[in-house]
Ligand binder design. Structure first.
Ligand code: 13P
Length: 403
């Protein structure tokens, strides 16, 4: 069966692969055109992604912080508040949902998928199954979820999702070890190929965590290493680069590094890393916020957009879009409107930053509040307890889900 995008294959001798590098497309796969269209719709001027795909357990932690019980109805109500903010589609082009949310509806009975589409926002879905310890590594982790992924992606496509996210992590203080880097990159590449095969634009996210004392140069080195591996394996797996989106962490000093960086420096290092590693065929770079404050993440994005880039450089924030919203809402119906205004304010600020036009002078104290938590972990795959253990061998936390 002819399934190659290029006239080359890994099982051919190296010389013939080398010669066929510039080869013509033999056969476009079923969803190629749609993938490119979707990726460009998400990577459109002045817009970015609202990451609202916290698992039930992580969403529970957020709700707990404002004294709201972690019930299905409260999670639904919070997500409805987010996606029904009037005019959200002007700044937000995609929303990443957790599986439960993909199938939920507004109180009035409209499905979330319909509401998002009506607002010009592409519905997306988190498809990885979370992190577990990686044997024989430096206390590092690997990301589960490839088993049955093809079938799940097909179901999500039927339910209306058009893009997906897979988050793997890289810990600088833990090494990172080569086995962890390779496993992270290979898992992402396999996922990306499977998602594209089902019509979902894959967001490729190897999150280099903020933890540690490393300086910005060390972060650059590790980011270059993980993106080199990831693109190598994506190329091996015939991933269509025109139909993917990246979700990197910005290149910054570690949270415990004594020397801090300003937005100009973060932008300079991050763009240097991207130019060295990411082909211009990739439509969009959608950064995660990773524990930066709302203000910091917006300022850094703005600094990266002071001159034209080969890709759309934008945001896919969770905490940096939702922090003030959640605190404003407090679980009260009478606060829904002002909480939505808080969301629109952050979304607009980041929309301006995407265009390099952001001015921080109107920001309040809240936006500057740091959100970094040492050893931050998501519980991705279950709704029950998470056990957090401190690994004596390395300064990162490991966790196990108690299911
Ligand atoms: P933060 O912006 O809170 O880092 O989350 C982004 C995300 O979705 C991580 O996968």
């Amino acid at each position: 069966m002819l399934k190659y995008r290029l006239g080359s294959s890994l099982n051919q001798p190296l010389s013939s692969r080398t010669f066929s590098r510039g080869g013509l497309v033999v056969k476009a796969l079923k969803y190629d055109e749609e993938l490119i269209k979707t990726a460009h719709k998400i990577a459109s001027k002045g817009r970015g992604i609202l990451a609202m795909d916290e698992s039930n357990a992580t969403c529970g932690k957020r709700l707990d912080s404002i004294g709201v019980e972690n019930t299905e109805e409260n999670r639904r109500a919070y997500r409805e508040l987010l996606i029904s903010a009037p005019g959200l589609g002007e700044y937000i082009s995609g929303a990443i949902l957790f599986e439960e949310t993909l199938y939920q509806s507004t109180k009035a009975g409209q499905t979330f998928v319909e509401l998002l589409n009506e607002s010009g926002i592409v519905p997306g879905i988190k498809v990885d199954k979370g992190l577990v310890p990686l044997a024989n590594s430096n206390g590092e982790s690997w990301c589960m979820g490839l088993d049955g992924l093809d079938k799940r992606c097909a179901e999500y496509y039927k339910a209306g999702a058009r893009f997906s996210k897979w988050r793997s992590v890289v810990s600088i203080p833990a090494g990172p070890s080569m086995i962890a880097l390779r496993d992270c990159a290979y898992g992402l590449a396999r996922y990306a190929a499977i998602a594209q095969d089902a019509g979902l634009v894959p967001i490729v996210e190897p999150e280099v965590m903020l933890d540690g004392e490393q300086d910005i140069d060390r972060c650059l080195e590790v980011q270059e290493a993980i993106w080199a591996e990831t693109f190598k394996y994506m190329a091996d797996n015939k991933v269509l680069f025109e139909g993917i989106l990246l979700k990197p962490a910005m290149v910054t000093p570690g949270a415990d590094c004594k020397v801090k960086s300003n937005p100009t420096q973060v932008a300079e290092y991050t763009l240097k890393m991207l130019r060295r590693r990411v082909p211009p065929a990739v439509p969009g770079i959608m950064f995660l916020s990773g524990g930066q404050s709302e203000l910091e993440s917006t300022l850094n994005l703005n600094a990266m957009n002071q001159a034209p880039n080969p890709w759309h450089v934008s945001f896919s924030y969770a905490r940096a879009l939702q922090n003030t919203v959640l605190k404003t809402w407090q679980g009260k119906t009478e606060n829904v409107q002002i909480a939505q205004e808080a969301l629109l304010k952050r979304a607009k600020a980041n929309s301006l930053a995407q265009q390099g036009k952001y001015d921080a002078s109107g920001e309040g104290k809240e936006a500057g509040a740091g959100m970094y938590e040492k050893g931050y972990v998501y519980c991705e795959s279950c709704i029950t307890n998470v056990t957090v253990m401190f690994d004596m061998l390395s300064p990162i936390k490991k966790f196990t889900c108690n299911t």
